[in-house]
Design a protein around this ligand. Structure first.
Ligand SMILES: [Zn+2]
Ligand SMILES: [Zn+2]
Length: 355
């Protein structure tokens, strides 16, 4: 596959397992408050790989060719006539979903719940793995000088970590258990530390991922291959001396046994936030959840203020996102980058360009 020599080379998913480079027209500004961004770096997300391999996620089904990618950072090359907060040359992280702005969810700041969301690389909307992309100025977060474009691209998954930690109300001194040591779990663990959690225990079934988590943000790790859900919850409490259990749990694996362990390991009155997406329906220990008066919350992407806080955490050195980068590819090798992400060997793979 070679890159077309045209003006806006884009990496397009045509149908399941079929990707191609395509020259698309440079998108035009749709509103006076839009900006045109030259994409510098794009990270690959599990959802990109899922669309590539399966063509759908839940109700979102690929019916026409779609540009992939939604974790991007770039440089402003054109501003609409009414743009006031950005100028040409500014480097920005792209928040890749535009809500309707008018519904009750949007008005409440929970625009991630908007039913009229246009989200990059979620069918039918094109993603940002292209040379140019258009966004309204208020969905671009300016990067301070000490934040690189690579860090800017990683702001997207970090915002998910910020959102779940806010929903879980992670606060100073908390004992937090994070299930799943993929990018979201790791970034949630790092955010929990930044929010002041005293202990953050990461639980997974991969020795390699646990080792990484231990060197990254976890204060402790637990290998869940040891036992069933109840035994693992007891094992975590015992290993870390958590007599009453965890104050907060972030479930970022989506695996049924982890969800059950999460309920068993929480202290009475504790909070669990579900961030992982696995099977549609699981067996849930509802009596235990009721008897302990647990707070159980869902979570979806990120909402008002999350992107800004994620940029701040990176700029202030409170979360190191660069340690997660395990692969870098040029745009022309985008398919290889997808293959590497699919293999599950690394953690985060970034694509440079197109030049
Ligand atoms: Zn993502
Ligand atoms: Zn809305």
């Amino acid at each position: 596959m070679s890159i077309p020599s045209g003006e806006n080379p884009s990496f397009v998913l045509n149908s399941i397992k079929s990707v191609a480079f395509e020259d698309r027209p440079i998108p035009s500004l749709k509103s006076p408050t839009d900006v045109l961004i030259r994409i510098g770096i794009t990270g690959i997300c599990g959802s990109d790989v899922h669309y590539w391999q399966h063509g759908s996620i839940g109700p979102f089904i690929l019916k026409a060719p779609m540009v992939l990618g939604h974790e991007s950072a770039g440089t402003i090359v054109q501003c609409g006539s009414a743009v006031s907060s950005l100028k040409v040359g500014d480097r920005v992280a792209l928040e890749p979903g535009i809500p309707c702005r008018g519904c009750k969810f949007c008005k409440a700041g929970t625009y991630n719940l908007c039913t009229d969301m246009k989200f990059a690389a979620t069918p039918p909307y094109d993603g940002s793995l292209a040379k140019f992309y258009v966004l309204p100025e208020d969905f671009c977060v300016k990067l301070p000088d000490n934040v690189s474009l690579e860090e800017g691209a990683l702001v997207e998954p970090l915002s998910v970590g910020v959102h779940v930690c806010k929903l879980a109300n992670v606060t100073a001194g908390d004992k937090v258990a994070v299930f799943g040591a993929g990018p979201v779990g790791l970034l949630a663990a790092a955010t929990a530390r930044a929010f002041g959690a005293a202990e953050v225990v990461v639980v997974d079934i991969s020795e390699q991922r646990l080792k990484f988590a231990g060197e990254y943000a976890a204060t402790g790790t637990y290998d869940a291959r040891k036992g069933d859900a109840r035994a693992n919850a007891d094992g975590i409490k015992e290993q870390f001396g958590w007599t009453f259990g965890a104050d907060k749990v972030i479930e970022a694996s989506g695996a049924e046994p982890s969800i059950q362990t999460a309920v068993f390991v929480l202290r009475a009155g504790g909070t669990m936030v579900q961030a992982g997406m696995g099977r549609d329906v699981v067996a849930f220990p509802i009596v235990e959840a009721a008897a302990k008066e647990l707070v159980v919350k869902g979570s979806f992407r990120y909402a008002a203020g999350d992107y800004e806080l994620a940029v701040k955490l990176v700029a202030e050195g409170k979360v190191d996102v660069m340690k997660l980068v395990t692969g870098r590819y040029d745009f022309k090798d985008a398919e290889k980058a997808f293959e590497e992400t699919k293999s599950g060997k690394g953690i985060k793979v970034l694509i440079r360009g197109p030049e």
